[in-house]
Write a protein that binds this ligand. Structure first.
Ligand SMILES: *Cc1c(COP(=O)(O)O)cnc(C)c1O
Length: 229
């Protein structure tokens, strides 16, 4: 078995163990393979090992990989997970299936306007600055409900839920706190009548804590592809 296939198997085992611990079904937790800096050949190897969904952080790098793997396009899901500037929205609207880091209405409006008519609606999440860090992107928790209502009303987007990158913590109990706050925020949107189902949270170092608090999609890079250069 290749290293990537073995790593994928180990990550699926971690997801299954964390799900079981939380009384959840492993199938309710999607695995997004974060492939920033990873070559198209290694992404292809991950696909051949059974992994269909990949996350990219940089627009040009991502678009280049979508093109390099065009033969697999109908069988791959491409997620844009990095911060997005308004002058780059068109490329993302034309090439990706999901965007995780919506942090202002202007970006969402541009993506909706630029989404090609022949493609399915772009699936989007709002990024929440859940640890309240001054340097991190994402909206404050109090800004989530009005932004979510506005994004949900855009015609070519489908609001799926919320995404966060909490401040790194080693202690598992400390890791869970921001994820619990995310779960409560998503619950409040649902009580508001929004049809949202996605909590995009958890990375290589904290996926167990995220799954314990309801993550439905974990974004994993290092544990699949190894340390980045
Ligand atoms: C790089 C990255 C990840 C993956 O992080 P790992 O620690 O390598 O698993 C997840 N989400 C985002 C937004 C990232 O930029």
């Amino acid at each position: 078995m290749s290293v990537i296939a073995a790593n994928l198997q180990a990550v699926h085992q971690r997801i299954a163990a964390a799900a079981q611990q939380a009384g959840r079904q492993p199938r309710d937790i999607a695995l997004l393979a974060v492939s920033k800096t990873v070559s198209p050949d290694r992404i292809r190897a991950a696909f051949e090992a059974g992994q269909p969904a990949f996350g990219e952080n940089y627009v040009q790098e991502g678009v280049d990989k979508v093109a390099a793997l065009a033969d697999l396009r109908s069988r791959l899901q491409w997620h844009f997970i990095g911060p997005l500037q308004s002058n780059k929205t068109r490329l993302v609207a034309e090439h990706f299936d999901w965007v995780h880091a919506i942090d202002r209405l202007k970006i969402a409006e541009r993506l909706s306007a630029q989404r090609p008519a022949g493609m399915a609606p772009l699936q989007v999440c709002i990024q929440v600055n859940i640890s309240g860090e001054a340097s991190k992107s994402g909206v404050a928790p109090s800004e989530v409900p009005p932004l979510a209502r506005a994004v949900a009303a855009l015609p070519r987007l489908r609001l799926r839920g919320l995404m966060a990158i909490p401040e790194p913590e080693d202690d598992p109990a400390a890791q869970r706190r921001p994820f619990a706050a995310m779960r409560a925020l998503l619950g409040a949107l649902r009580e508001d009548g929004l049809d949202v189902d996605t909590l995009s949270m958890g990375m290589s170092g904290d996926m167990e804590a995220a799954i314990a608090e309801g993550a439905t999609l974990v974004r994993i890079g290092t544990a699949i592809f190894g340390a980045r250069a």
